[in-house]
Design a protein around this ligand. Structure first.
Ligand SMILES: [Fe+2]
Length: 156
């Protein structure tokens, strides 16, 4: 899951139903030291049809099993999504199991955000459906990546 979160490019080809116009502006090894460490990603989140929300997000890994995404520009600027992956032992087939806990803090100083909150009951089912699909696809990505790594055929 950590590898998934630190692969921002996958949003474009793996989640085309939710993300459009995804550009990775900077990878951690491309910036100067004062720019900090992390991925800087411009992306538009598809709400419905042609309704998209463009944002700039910065992904960092403050700890080995933690990835944090900060929305630094666009709607919801100041929002944070923090993902923790915790190993919880092996399943009956000897495959590692992982608990993934994600904390989402939405914030905005923008006047439009109050309007967005008023519309939240309408938007919530849409967003929940999109988030559920993202989760299922990302879990499949993580499991495939683990299977490839465990087979020794994949260097990551
Ligand atoms: Fe994903």
């Amino acid at each position: 899951m950590v590898a998934n979160r630190l692969d921002p490019w996958h949003g474009a080809w793996f989640h085309p139903y939710s993300f459009v116009d995804l550009t990775v502006n900077r990878a951690p090894d491309e910036g100067t030291p004062d720019e900090g460490d992390g991925f800087v990603v411009d992306v538009s989140f598809k709400l419905a049809g042609r309704v998209v929300v463009p944002v700039r997000a910065v992904f960092t890994a403050p700890e080995p099993r933690t990835v944090v995404m900060h929305i630094v520009e666009g709607e919801g600027e100041g929002s944070v999504v923090e993902t923790h992956a915790t190993p919880i032992g092996l399943d009956a087939h000897g495959r590692p199991r992982t608990a993934v806990v994600e904390a989402v803090v939405c914030a905005s100083e923008r006047p439009g955000f109050a309007l967005a909150r008023a519309a939240a009951p309408l938007m919530r089912p849409l967003i929940r459906t999109a988030a559920g699909r993202l989760w299922r696809d990302d879990l499949a990505y993580a499991e495939r990546r683990w299977a490839l790594r465990a087979s020794g055929r994949f260097p990551g």
